[in-house]
Design a protein around this ligand. Structure first.
Ligand code: SAM
Ligand code: SF4
Length: 374
């Protein structure tokens, strides 16, 4: 039986990832839920998501927003439109807005800094950015302007697979792990994560991803199933890297819950959302199940519906036709149905708070899993 102080090694993590027995898995769900309660409490924090641009210069093999996809009508929101969404976030009682976009050089560094400043002056919101790989100067500028957090998934810790599905821009290297370390030095609350069931991703890879969450001492962890977009290279079976069937991680709901639960054991004080991708594969109660298996955050969408339909990273995304009001009421009801409370305030990650309040004392690692193989 797992305990809340369980220390799992690499092979044990792989064993959990391969398990399908419901009685055994109930033990994992229960432990992850207890660790969540102990370290981040019962509140569920709401982050208002604003998808501010779907322009993107990258060639990610998985994502519908990739530059060469001609079937996307591109948009970039104005600063006033973003501000309007931020005011809605305040009205709904959210503590955070997440500004997410494709990797869009049209979002100039100074323009973003100005937008962040306006949000910080006009509202009490925490500002999370998820704008892809940008320059060190821009990360520093946005932090000075008041940005609190940055999300950048490393997608997979398997370097070969990463290079295949996330090619670098010509003449550059894409090293998201190095960027995450720089963001941390700049004082950001740092979030990362992976897609689950990427073609070519093995159980060993996924166990190493979970170990890397701990090594990076992440403040936020976002994971979701890989979902096929037909207008991408991974939509073409001929492109998909092949691994033996028995090694390939499935991109399904159960695997997503297992990764959420193991991420909670690995990083007890991190904020972990029940993601939109999870809600997409189980629209009925995917979010709720995520929330009772380790997650403590949800991200209601604030993007105006006319833009929301164009931010199609994968097809049939959950909540694509809802209004901001609709998303808020629906998610609030789901949280209350679990007997949990909607979080008040900014909902900073307790892991980051500890680092801020006691930088020297933070040498004690976040993770409770240990004895990794590598
Ligand atoms: N452009 C920024 C970046 O790549 O970090 C932020 C936006 S990007 C759409 C956010 C995340 O969407 C990516 O990190 C990736 O994990 C996820 N994503 C993209 N395509 C996906 C797909 N087909 N299935 C599941 N998740 C996907
Ligand atoms: Fe662009 Fe991000 Fe999609 Fe890659 S995942 S194509 S960087 S929006």
């Amino acid at each position: 039986m797992l305990t809340t102080r369980a220390r799992l090694n690499h092979d044990q993590v792989v064993t959990w990832l391969r398990r399908t027995d419901e009685v055994q898995l109930a033990d994992l769900w229960r432990t992850a839920d207890q660790v969540r309660q102990q370290h981040v409490g019962g509140e569920v924090h709401l982050r208002g998501l604003i998808e501010l641009s779907n322009y993107c210069i990258r060639l990610c093999a998985y994502c519908g927003l990739r530059a060469p996809n001609q079937n996307v009508t591109r948009y970039r929101m104005s600063a006033d439109e973003v501000l309007h969404c931020a005011r809605q976030a305040v009205a709904f009682g959210y503590g955070t807005v997440v500004l997410q976009s494709g990797e869009d050089p049209g979002l100039k560094g100074d323009w973003m800094a100005d937008l962040i400043r306006r949000i910080k002056v006009e509202t009490p919101l925490a500002v999370t950015l998820s704008l892809g790989e940008r320059s060190d100067e821009e990360f520093a500028l946005w932090r000075e302007a008041g940005a609190d957090r940055y999300l950048l998934r490393f997608e997979t810790s398997n370097r070969q697979l990463y290079d295949r599905i996330h090619p670098p821009r010509p003449g550059t290297e894409s090293d998201r792990v190095a960027i995450l370390r720089r963001l941390r030095e700049l004082g950001y609350e740092v979030g990362s994560g992976v897609m689950i069931g990427i073609p070519g991703q093995t159980y060993d890879d996924l166990a190493r991803d979970i170990a890397l969450f701990g090594e990076l001492d992440l403040d936020m962890i976002g994971v979701g199933p890989f979902l096929v977009h037909p207008d991408t290279p991974l939509g073409d079976p001929a492109f998909r890297p092949l691994v033996p069937d028995d090694d390939q991680v499935p991109s399904n709901e159960l695997m997503t819950y297992k990764v959420i639960a193991l991420a909670r054991l690995m990083c007890p004080r991190a904020n972990i959302p029940a993601t939109t991708a999870l809600a997409t594969i189980n629209k009925r109660n995917g979010r709720e199940l995520g929330l009772v298996r380790g997650a403590n955050v949800v991200m209601p969408n604030l993007t105006p519906p006319k833009y929301r339909v164009l931010y199609e990273i994968y097809p049939n995304k959950a909540c694509i036709r809802e209004t901001a009001d609709g998303c808020f009421s629906c998610l609030e009801a789901r949280i209350v149905s679990l007997g949990r409370d909607v979080g008040a305030g900014r909902g900073d990650s307790p892991n980051w708070q500890r680092r801020r309040d006691d930088p020297a004392g933070h040498s004690e690692r976040n993770n409770v899993l240990g004895d990794r193989r590598e």
